[in-house]
Design a protein around this ligand. Structure first.
Ligand SMILES: O=C(O)CCC(=O)C(=O)O
Ligand SMILES: [Fe+2]
Length: 354
């Protein structure tokens, strides 16, 4: 079923209406042995600790006089937990709020309208649930993907006409994110004592930015139904705008799940698989998942910074040596490889090892 509201109503009715339909609802219930990661089943959120997630001041990464300490912090953040909260990122809070608002407004559109933007099989852009094989448990979420890079030719087919401000706001947001991406790629290189343009060169000067608008409706079984299964991102890095009020994201660290605290002004940045590959395993692409909430809907907007499609990525030469032999294969189009493996329930990053 492509339409999550429809699913949501049906499943809610199913849980209330009793036994016969329980079998249908069963599909959504996570069983520990069907999850790629041990402990994939949601634990009661209140019992989990909040993650002590580092904060990085982006404005300090650009000034040579103040960046040393911040670069060390960045290196620690990317090599241990694989994520941080970015502050002073140059994106006004009012714009972050507008991005959240148009996301809510998009999801409030009637189903028939949203289905006009349906994602076609094998395509990245468009509206739908993620496709999983029949052996996998579906997720309690709807997703809408869009290529938002400022330089890319837009595919007008997928750009919603409503809300009217959607295009303008996402265009402005994409331009700001592109600036932040360039700062981060340079800082990531400098934190490893590499030439500052090595990530930019390997990925192509112009970013490819894909936004994923996630929508998690309220769910009657948050104890056993996930909004997003445990996964790592297939990006180089992901820049995630969290819901202003509703928590849900959790990270796996040292085999334990931690809740990510809400910070409405910050942007959450996490390492993706491709930065782990390029850094030859120094940066860690963290496993994360999203739990559901019985009362409140939740949104998030994850923007994936990806290499240009004609670029090849592989471990950077300087990071391969006798003590750290080359860990990963070379890839052109890691995204397709990632989706193929993900849909089969495999861990793409493990499959990428030489
Ligand atoms: O909803 C969230 O907070 C995170 C979503 C996510 O992990 C993703 O879109 O890859
Ligand atoms: Fe993710």
């Amino acid at each position: 079923m492509a339409e999550v509201e429809a699913v949501s109503k049906t499943v809610r009715a199913l849980f209330i209406d009793g036994e016969k339909e329980e079998a249908e609802a069963e599909k959504y219930i996570c069983k520990v042995d069907t999850e790629a990661v041990p402990g994939g089943v949601p634990a009661p959120s209140a019992s989990l600790s909040l993650m002590d997630i580092p904060t990085i001041d982006i404005s300090l990464l650009t000034s040579p006089s103040s960046s040393g300490e911040e670069l060390e912090k960045l290196l620690r953040a990317l090599s241990f937990g694989g994520s941080f909260q970015a502050i002073n990122h140059g994106i006004p809070t009012a714009l972050l709020d507008k991005v959240r608002e148009v996301t809510h407004q998009f999801y409030e559109l009637p189903c028939e309208i949203k289905l006009n933007y349906s994602r076609e099989h094998g395509k990245v852009e468009g509206y739908r649930n993620d496709i999983v094989s029949e052996h996998q448990v579906p997720e309690w979420a709807a997703r809408f993907n869009l290529l938002i890079s400022p330089e890319d030719e837009r595919n007008p087919k997928y750009w919603p006409d409503k809300p009217e401000t959607f295009k303008e706001i996402m265009h402005e947001y994409a331009m700001k994110l592109e600036v932040m991406r360039a700062i981060l790629f340079k800082a990531m290189a400098r934190s490893l004592k590499l030439n500052e343009s090595c990530f930019l060169e390997m990925c192509g000067e112009k970013a490819t930015l894909v936004a994923r608008f996630n929508y998690y409706p309220p769910c009657t079984r948050p104890d056993s139904i996930l909004g997003f299964k445990p996964h790592s991102d297939g990006s180089v890095i992901s820049i995630v705008l969290q819901d202003k009020e509703v928590e849900g994201l959790q990270f796996l660290k040292d085999n334990k799940w931690y809740r990510v605290p809400n910070n409405p002004r910050a942007l959450l940045v996490n390492v993706g698989d491709q930065a782990q590959i390029m850094s030859n395993g120094i940066f860690k692409s963290p496993i994360h998942k999203v739990v559901t909430n019985s009362e409140r809907k939740r949104i998030s907007v994850a923007v994936f910074c990806l290499p240009n499609s004609e670029k090849e990525i592989e471990p950077i030469d300087e990071l391969v040596n006798e003590t750290r032999p080359r860990l990963y294969k070379k890839f052109k189009g890691y995204g397709d490889f990632y989706i193929r493996n993900y849909q089969q329930g495999k861990n793409p990053l493990e499959e990428a090892i030489i």
